[in-house]
Design a protein around this ligand. Structure first.
Ligand code: G6P
Length: 467
């Protein structure tokens, strides 16, 4: 197996196994530990002042070389907090009122992309393929090509890709769409996202789509494909068993005192639908008094991007809601909602998922959502819990046997929760088997191999001529 070079803003360093890493880090770690290779990105560190001679820090663990760069305060603010988190993230999640774009942010984004491209080139050993991930580094492929790299370069977007009418609100959308066409292959989580991208290309001056999957703009050509990210089902199941039997797993169980457990695990992000989720839980307790005292909802939500105003605001709002729900329903010996702003070691989280009766995953929009997949893989096949899943998560396209709910409709979530809590064992098993089958068909190995095969194929093949 040839070495894999991956580039992403967030790098899950071997020392960081807990916290708010998100699906990208979880997925990439699983993919890279299998193939070995280089993982290049941001260290997560900030320098108050620029260091002109800054060089990547390289470390190695489990067959993976990690090379990371620090950002200056100014880069962090313009590129990461600014353009990545206050322009692209909200736009790609259809939250246009949260987009705050300035020229300084646009320039900061391109500057950091140039910086990372320049530091990556000397780390490459030959003509190994380079796989760039997520919205932070869209220009990377074009910048590497400009600097003479001839190896295959692919891009995968972990988030949704918006339709043209949303995309065109981005002041520099032309530049970004062009940059995407410099890759050999551009991968998306779902067919909706790929179709949105191709549709954007058809709206560009000089843009065209050929054979339904090739995006062409002014001579630059990229193939666009769908590669839903998966998990390593057996490894997750094994780790979940370990977490289930760990001290923390047992303590959770004891603390429940035979009550049933609903669980949510998300970065604290407005895209995750936490407000409606809390509201739905409150409504469930209001309408169904039999659930009072008999269920507990554990929401794990480590703080993410806390310096951005919209994140601060949702954090305050959730604190208020959690206090309100507990104030309204708690008894001297029962707290209905356990709301935790912290991360746990991965095997503990998986153990908590394994001990839960209901997994509540209700994002307003999500590229994939690997927590939904992990919840399924963590269950005991003989007595599995039920997944309540948003129709607007990429995972819903594969996990059709979940209880699917529209996250914009609080009543639907309430109904979904009630259905999940009341579901007979036979139905739970049946649904679980269908979902596990889907997880196995599209696991992390398949994601990696199909993407890389398609990348090599696209690199070696000229785009079809115009008809
Ligand atoms: C999502 C994004 C990732 C990102 C993660 C965590 O999963 O797709 O690219 O790394 O959130 O967010 P953060 O800003 O902390 O890296």
């Amino acid at each position: 197996m040839s070495e894999l070079v991956t580039v992403s803003n967030r790098v899950a360093l071997p020392s960081q196994l807990q916290g708010a890493q998100g699906g990208l880090a979880v997925g990439l770690r699983a993919a890279l530990e299998e193939s070995g290779g280089l993982w290049f990105g941001w260290s997560g560190g900030i320098d108050e002042r620029a260091d002109p001679a800054r060089a990547p820090r390289v470390q190695e663990a489990h067959g993976v070389r990690y090379a990371t760069l620090r950002l200056t305060r100014d880069e962090y603010e313009r590129y990461y907090m600014g353009y990545a988190n206050q322009v692209l993230w909200p736009l790609f999640h259809y939250r246009m009122s949260f987009v705050h774009c300035t020229d300084a942010r646009i320039e900061g984004y391109w500057e950091v992309n140039r910086l990372f491209a320049e530091h990556l080139l000397p780390l490459l050993q030959g003509d190994e393929a380079v796989w760039v991930h997520d919205y932070h580094f869209i220009p990377m492929g074009a910048l590497l090509r400009q600097r003479g790299l001839t190896a295959p370069i692919g891009f995968f977007l972990h988030t949704p890709f918006p339709p043209w009418d949303v995309m065109r609100a981005l002041p520099d959308h032309q530049r970004l769409l062009r940059a995407l066409c410099a890759y050999d292959l551009v991968g998306f989580q779902t067919g909706f996202d790929r179709d949105n991208f191709l549709d954007c290309i058809t709206h560009m001056e000089g843009g065209a789509v050929r054979d339904g999957e090739w995006a062409v703009v002014d001579g630059e050509t990229a193939r666009a494909g769908v590669f839903p990210i998966g998990i390593d089902v057996d490894t997750v199941a094994r780790e979940a068993r370990r977490g289930f039997n760990s001290q923390q797993g047992r303590r959770l169980q004891q603390s429940l005192q035979q009550r049933r457990l609903i669980i949510g695990v998300d970065r604290l992000d407005y895209s995750k639908g936490l407000r409606n989720r809390f509201e739905a839980y409150e409504t469930l307790l209001e309408r169904h008094s039999d659930y009072r005292r008999s269920v507990v909802f554990l929401q794990i939500a480590p703080i993410s991007r806390g310096d951005v105003a919209e994140y601060e605001e949702i954090r305050h709002h959730l604190e208020y809601m959690a206090g309100h729900i507990n104030g309204r329903f708690a008894e001297y010996d029962w707290v209905p909602l356990r709301y935790l702003n912290k991360g746990f070691h991965r095997s503990n989280v998986l153990g908590f998922l394994a001990r839960s009766d209901v997994g509540l995953v209700t994002p307003m929009r999500d590229g994939m959502n690997l927590v939904a997949k992990e919840f399924v893989a963590a269950q005991n096949p003989d007595d599995p819990g039920v997944l309540v899943l948003s129709t607007l998560a990429g995972a819903a396209r594969e996990l059709e046997a979940a209880v699917l709910v529209n996250p914009y409709n609080v009543d639907e979530i309430v109904h979904g929760l009630d259905r999940a809590l009341a579901m007979p064992l036979d139905e739970r098993r049946e649904r679980w088997q269908a979902m596990v089958k889907a997880l196995r068909e599209n696991d992390i190995h398949r994601w990696r191999t199909t993407f890389l095969e398609a990348l090599h194929d696209a690199h070696g093949r000229p785009a079809p001529e115009a008809a």
